[in-house]
Design a protein around this ligand. Structure first.
Ligand code: HEC
Length: 208
């Protein structure tokens, strides 16, 4: 089952509510507040799904305040700070098991109140990306990653970039819609390595 993970879901819900609210025209900030108030009124914290998820960090606040195009100096400052959050593997190895990576890419599980907090979450990648050639059901919010390793090359630099991009997409594109999987603690080092292998391993169906 593929469900949009809560990490990215709040921003979408805010945009949706802002689009639906009727009445006299309000400023964007007022719509945003109205949407947040509505979510806070109707949302019930349960299990691991807590209210803290509604709190935007400095990156999300900057992107919200500037319609996803903050001024250049702010982008440079925040992007640098996001880059410094990326923890690279201590063993300097980036390629895990692509078969495990495919399972993670398929799974949208995790972070709902009914998920156990200690159970590993999925990556939910197919919700936004085309990846393997055999999967015909995928989202198009992100670019197609089919043939990713064939076109990019399986170099150490590309492995490091791909790991880092999955760890924290906003370190490369501040207002990216892609969740920050490592940064948010949604995926661990081994899981990210398995996803890197899915995208870059020459044996992965992605590169056949
Ligand atoms: C909510 C949508 C969304 C999800 C879920 C998502 N991505 Fe993305 N991804 C994007 C978007 C949008 C871009 C392009 C913009 C950017 O570069 O940030 C992107 C870009 C990328 C890139 C960079 C491509 C390039 O050409 O450099 C990689 C690699 C990637 N995603 C891998 C993944 C993997 C692996 C997963 C699952 C763990 C995943 N994405 C989940 C939206 C998503």
């Amino acid at each position: 089952m593929k469900t949009l993970a809560m990490i990215s879901g709040v921003a979408g819900a805010v945009a949706l509510l802002a689009g639906c609210a009727g009445g006299p025209s309000r400023s964007e900030a007022e719509y945003r507040q109205l949407a947040l108030d509505t979510i806070k009124r109707d949302f019930q914290a349960k299990g691991q799904a807590k209210f803290e998820r509604l709190t935007a960090d400095d990156v999300q606040q900057a992107c919200n305040a500037h319609a996803n195009t903050p001024p250049a100096d702010l982008v440079i400052k925040l992007t640098g700070a996001q880059l410094s959050t990326i923890k690279l593997p201590a063993d300097d190895k980036y390629l895990g098991d692509w078969k495990e990576g495919e399972k993670l890419a398929q799974s949208g599980r995790g972070f709902t109140w009914s998920d156990k907090a200690d159970q590993p979450a999925g990556g939910n990648c197919y919700n936004c990306h085309q990846i393997g050639p055999q999967e015909s059901s995928f989202g198009t919010v992100g670019p197609s990653l089919l043939g990713y390793g064939k076109t990019r090359g399986n170099t150490p630099e590309m492995q490091k970039y791909t790991y880092s991009k999955i760890y924290n997409a906003k370190a490369f594109n501040l207002c990216s819609e892609m969740p920050r999987f490592g940064h948010a603690g949604a995926l661990n080092e081994k899981q990210i390595k398995d996803l890197v292998a899915l995208l870059l391993d020459p044996a992965s169906p992605v590169n056949k």
